[in-house]
Write a protein that binds this ligand. Structure first.
Ligand SMILES: *[C@@H]1O[C@H](CO)[C@@H](O)[C@H](O)[C@H]1NC(C)=O
Ligand SMILES: *[C@@H]1O[C@H](CO)[C@@H](O)[C@H](O)[C@H]1NC(C)=O
Ligand SMILES: *[C@@H]1O[C@H](CO)[C@@H](O)[C@H](O)[C@H]1NC(C)=O
Ligand SMILES: *[C@@H]1O[C@H](CO)[C@@H](O)[C@H](O)[C@H]1NC(C)=O
Ligand SMILES: *[C@@H]1O[C@H](CO)[C@@H](O)[C@H](O)[C@H]1NC(C)=O
Ligand SMILES: *[C@@H]1O[C@H](CO)[C@@H](O)[C@H](O)[C@H]1NC(C)=O
Length: 619
């Protein structure tokens, strides 16, 4: 069991020691590791120290006045040297960083009214303003003290795809994933500011929300704000841009004023510092390594698991099983379920019995969806942000099971999720931070943003482009790729069936286990769904089902039309002689014979579908 969990975590000190690659080592991480398990890390720390010493010597010799202490600690020696070299050459601005936007200095003066009212002279750090703009700054605030903070440009090889790779080697089988290095702002050590102002590019003709220079500048502004506020009263951050700043770095709750293209924030320094400790993209796991070892145990009164049922009674059983699984995994956090009017009183009481606190919501229509489309109401998920009696929510889809406690995810910021495809995250399990103004933000863009799949996942990915990767074992999709080898498939099946569990969460894609007979995964009977078929995962779900009280199991009965549908598919599979042979099995699931509807003859229903009586599912 500890062995298994280590595999799934993938990164522990011992593991890292075995690896050849050194590039993943970041100083702060090693510190954590060192303090936790000093003996295993000794060797690593020696090597690391050696690298640091070597780099530092080279750098200090060559460019000693420029390097700040922080950068000297960076071990990525070759790129660092290149950066430093470029710093000397560069005089021309990098087009990626240029913003053509004209600043309205009158408006600026009024937006800064509150900041100006502070006692004493203001100290202002400027990032990415050109010389004429700096001159305007001086004229606008004649008593302030300005410094233009130097920021090296990001290496051109760093694209958004590099920051957000589709796949990373989470378990470190071949290599330790590492994010590339983005240069840090170079302010004098101990500089203090009252205001950090940064001008951000925003190319609306391109993918402005997935723009490396834009993110880099915002991270630099955050870094300056987090480190430069020491001893002073609250530091402000002013972003000059036409487009929405990264909403989970500079949150709307911290937005003090917003006029035109001026966004004035009053961020919480501690929160910024936390966010700056995250990897810059999904190029590394964001999970604090030690969090997996040391279970997050504090009692979180303002933390809850949440899910949502909209226009989908069929998921009631799924949600009941999901709640049971969370409790079986040992979490005692609140469970909140958002339901709309389509869920009956009886079903609500079932959900409550299962442990969910039921809240009724108005559905939210996707204005771009077709009427009655399957995803017409998927934007209802935004209502999660209205659960403001909680600070953190782990959202889970209703079609998954929690096999091992994932409370440690409450330590993660918005939005933490697993990768989906391309640069996107999967919204099946995600950590969010409820906030009325974030909800407002999501609603404001509803007519403008197009979701690539018409669902909430596509939409949320447009707003939260800066997301944080958690291990895929925390939302393991029940899915096999057509190209998976038999060995790979067998390995996945072992994961689905492992007892004690290895996976934290199994996400049941395809036909849901409670809508199949318990005898086998009915995805086998539809060729289109073979990629979702796993008897091992199916059996795992049924174990949770069997742990439900008899009363709750009643919410998992099959409707007549579902029975007919299943038998229909089984017969088609028989006719096509599918090689897996599941269709040969006799159905022993007692639910076949239990019916609480008026019309119970699934056989007759089948006849209407052009099927004869001859072969029969019942044993
Ligand atoms: C600074 O930027 C502004 C806005 O794009 C531009 O109008 C101005 O010419 C620039 N000044 C210099 C010296 O580059
Ligand atoms: C992957 O993501 C892109 C958006 O970048 C989307 O258009 C595409 O349909 C996605 N593919 C799959 C298989 O989901
Ligand atoms: C958010 O809005 C709701 C009403 O829509 C209100 O009841 C709640 O108190 C608000 N939460 C906060 C934290 O302001
Ligand atoms: C929309 O919601 C339905 C029901 O919850 C779900 O089955 C479907 O996968 C969702 N679609 C998208 C595109 O998110
Ligand atoms: C299914 O049941 C029938 C009749 O009860 C029996 O003849 C047959 O052998 C059974 N098939 C399997 C695969 O158990
Ligand atoms: C089909 O089978 C059911 C019982 O399994 C029987 O009541 C019905 O009469 C049969 N119908 C036909 C058309 O054979």
């Amino acid at each position: 069991m500890p062995e298994a969990s280590k595999r799934s975590v993938g990164i522990t000190c011992d593991d890292t020691g075995k690896r050849k690659s050194q590039k993943a080592f970041r100083v702060d991480k090693c510190k954590i590791l060192l303090s936790e398990r000093s003996s295993n890390c000794k060797f690593e720390s020696l090597k690391l120290a050696l690298i640091i010493v070597t780099c530092c010597t080279i750098l200090t010799l060559a460019f000693s006045p420029i390097m700040s202490k922080e950068q000297q600690l960076r071990p990525g020696s070759r790129t660092r040297l290149a950066d430093v070299a470029r710093m000397w050459q560069t005089t021309l601005p990098d087009p990626r960083y240029i913003s053509q936007l004209d600043v309205d200095w009158g408006l600026m003066s009024s937006v800064l009214e509150d900041v100006k009212a502070k006692e004493g002279d203001l100290r202002i750090g400027l990032l990415n303003f050109n010389s004429s703009e700096v001159e305007f700054w001086r004229r606008t605030l004649p008593h302030a003290e300005f410094s233009s903070v130097h920021l090296d440009y990001a290496d051109p090889s760093i694209t958004w795809k590099v920051l957000y790779p589709e796949w990373i080697d989470e378990e470190g089988e071949y290599d330790v994933p590492a994010c590339p290095y983005l240069p840090q702002p170079q302010d004098k050590k101990g500089s203090r500011y009252d205001l950090i102002a940064a001008k951000l590019p925003c190319d609306r003709s391109g993918s402005w929300s997935r723009d490396v220079a834009r993110l880099h500048l915002q991270l630099a502004a955050a870094k300056l704000a987090a480190s430069a506020s020491a001893g002073r009263s609250q530091v402000h951050v002013l972003l000059v841009t036409d487009c929405l700043p990264v909403p989970n770095l500079f949150g709307c709750r911290d937005l003090a004023r917003h006029q035109g293209n001026l966004w004035l924030y009053k961020p919480e320094t501690a929160a910024l510092q936390e966010k700056l400790r995250l990897p810059i993209g999904s190029c590394e796991l964001a999970i604090p390594f030690e969090a997996k070892v040391r279970m997050y145990t504090e009692v979180g009164r303002r933390e809850a698991y949440a899910t949502i049922l909209h226009s989908a009674e069929q998921y009631v059983c799924g949600a009941i099983a999901a709640a049971k699984s969370i409790r079986l995994a040992g979490s005692v956090r609140d469970l909140v379920i958002l339901v709309d009017g389509t869920i009956s009183e009886r079903e609500r009481s079932g959900l409550e019995d299962a442990g969910w606190k039921v809240r009724t919501i108005q559905r939210i229509r996707n204005p771009k969806a077709k009427r009655d489309a399957y995803n017409e109401w998927n934007y209802s998920k935004f209502r999660l942000w209205q659960l403001t009696d909680y600070d953190k929510i782990i959202f889970i889809d209703a079609d998954l099971l929690v096999l091992r406690n994932i409370d440690f995810l409450f330590a993660m910021p918005e939005i933490s999720a697993i990768g989906n495809n391309a640069t996107l995250f999967n919204s099946g399990v995600m950590v969010i931070e409820p906030s009325n103004c974030t909800f407002q933000l999501l609603m404001e863009h509803i007519d403008e943003i197009t979701s690539y799949n018409g669902g909430d996942q596509g939409y949320l990915n447009e707003i939260f482009t800066w997301w944080h990767r958690i291990p895929k074992h925390t939302n393991f999709l029940k899915h096999f790729w057509a190209g998976d080898t038999a060995k790979r498939k067998a390995r996945k099946d072992r994961l689905f069936g492992a007892d004690p569990p290895v996976l934290y969460v199994v996400h049941y894609l395809g036909l849901k286990p409670w809508l199949c007979f318990r005898d086998y995964d009915c995805n086998w009977d539809l060729q289109m769904f073979w990629g979702f078929a796993s008897d091992a995962a199916h059996a795992t779900w049924w174990k949770v089902h069997d742990a439900l009280s008899e009363n709750l199991q009643r919410f998992c009965l099959l409707q007549t039309k579902t029975k007919a549908f299943l038998e229909y598919n089984r017969r088609q599979a028989a006719k096509a002689n599918f090689p897996d042979g599941h269709w040969r099995r006799n159905i022993s699931d007692p639910r076949l014979h239990i019916c609480d509807e008026k019309f119970c003859s699934w056989e007759r229903m089948l006849l209407n579908w052009g099927e004869t009586n001859s072969s029969n599912a019942s044993s």
